[in-house]
Design a binder for this molecule. Structure first.
Ligand SMILES: [Zn+2]
Length: 368
């Protein structure tokens, strides 16, 4: 395969091993719980995006089903988990409402190709519906097929409908004897309090830049210097590091830079034009990414004094000294709150163009 091929399959268990080493604080605890047989039946993996929660959940599924006495990830059980086809490891992803039975295998096949794939269904709304939960409950009522323990992983668990969450709650209340239930989400505040109180929360930290660089070097065959540059841009988010290799994502990021530049320059008329253009050519998910990128850039601007020399050079290159000093006069915390509100609104069915232009005008408002 050519060196630049980005759809290179990632060895999921090797990747999760890297995450575990970086998230040492939580994984030494989990390791002790597994070896002493005190792993709680339900866990909540939470923490910022790109901190390795999903990989770690799959890694955990391999660990509890590993049949190698030395615990190596080379046994046949681990190989099945690695290919996302272990019969006792049940992966539940949010899918479009219309046809979950058809959609779920599409997602799993796509993640097999590359665990970091996303956006299989364009901008269709996705959810974890009650049907998926009922099916799992039925499957779990039988004994594990060949593994030691059935593992259920709910990815993006915050997208489970209230109905689905209530059904899942019954499972949490009376988990089948050997099952391990793992909920993965960066937005645990959107889960029912009754669910939260029944799961042991495992909080992930943002990953160190050095680890993200090592990850990109290993799984994307990047040169060390380029991996290091992307890792600094990614800010502890390995998913974002991978996304930065994607041309479409880089366009989104460039748009975030130019929008923020217009905000900092107070160019109101241009902002209105730009937000119309963006609403026209972006999907809802992409607008979400644009908002996320804007947030990250603003955070960098806010802490520019605290950045390392290398990071500061990058941000100076992006914005220029004049805009950086303009940013120093702003209440960036207030800006971030406004953007956060838009991010939440986007997860409902708001009109993208209207909301985005309101936000940008609001941000630029201080300047005219
Ligand atoms: Zn194994």
């Amino acid at each position: 395969m050519p060196k630049s091929n980005r759809s290179l399959a990632i060895d999921i268990l090797a990747a999760s091993q890297m995450i575990e080493e970086a998230q040492n604080r939580v994984f030494s605890l989990i390791g002790r719980m597994i070896s002493s047989g005190t792993l709680p039946p339900s866990l909540l993996f939470t923490g910022p995006e790109g901190s390795g929660k999903e990989l770690a959940a799959v890694g955990l599924a391999a660990k509890v089903n590993c049949i190698d006495p030395g615990g190596s990830a080379d046994c046949s059980a681990c190989a099945k988990v690695r290919r996302l086809e272990h019969p006792d490891v049940h992966l539940i992803y949010p899918v479009p409402y219309s046809d979950p039975d058809k959609s779920m295998p599409i997602v799993i096949e796509s993640r097999r190709e590359n665990f970091f794939n996303c956006g299989e269904f364009g901008n269709k709304a996705r959810s974890i519906g009650i049907g998926s939960i009922r099916r799992i409950i039925e499957t779990l009522s039988k004994q594990p097929y060949e593994g030691k323990r059935a593992v259920v992983i709910l990815f993006e668990a915050h997208l489970a409908t209230v109905e689905a969450q209530n059904a899942f709650l019954k499972l949490l209340e009376e988990p089948p004897p050997s099952a391990v239930l793992v909920l993965v989400t960066g937005f645990s505040d959107r889960l029912l309090p009754t669910i939260l109180s029944r799961c042991q929360a495992i909080r992930f930290d943002p990953l160190p830049a050095g680890m993200v660089a090592g990850f990109l070097e290993r799984f994307n065959s990047l040169e060390r210097k380029e991996a290091r540059r992307l890792a600094l841009l990614a800010g502890g988010n390995v998913r974002r590091g991978m996304r930065l290799l994607d041309a479409r994502f880089c366009e989104i990021r460039d748009d975030a830079v130019s929008l923020l530049g217009l905000v900092l320059d107070g160019k109101v008329k241009e902002l209105v034009g730009e937000s119309e253009a963006i609403a026209g050519r972006y999907t809802r998910d992409e607008v979400g990414e644009l908002i996320e990128e804007t947030t990250i850039l603003l955070r960098d601007l806010m802490r520019v004094e605290d950045l390392s020399g290398e990071e500061r050079k990058l941000i100076e290159k992006v914005f220029g000294a004049k805009r950086i000093s303009a940013a120093a006069g702003r209440d960036i915390a207030a800006d971030l709150r406004k953007i956060g509100r838009l991010g939440r609104a986007l997860r409902r069915n708001v009109d993208i163009e209207l909301t985005l232009s309101q936000l940008l005008l609001d941000l630029a408002g201080k300047w005219y």
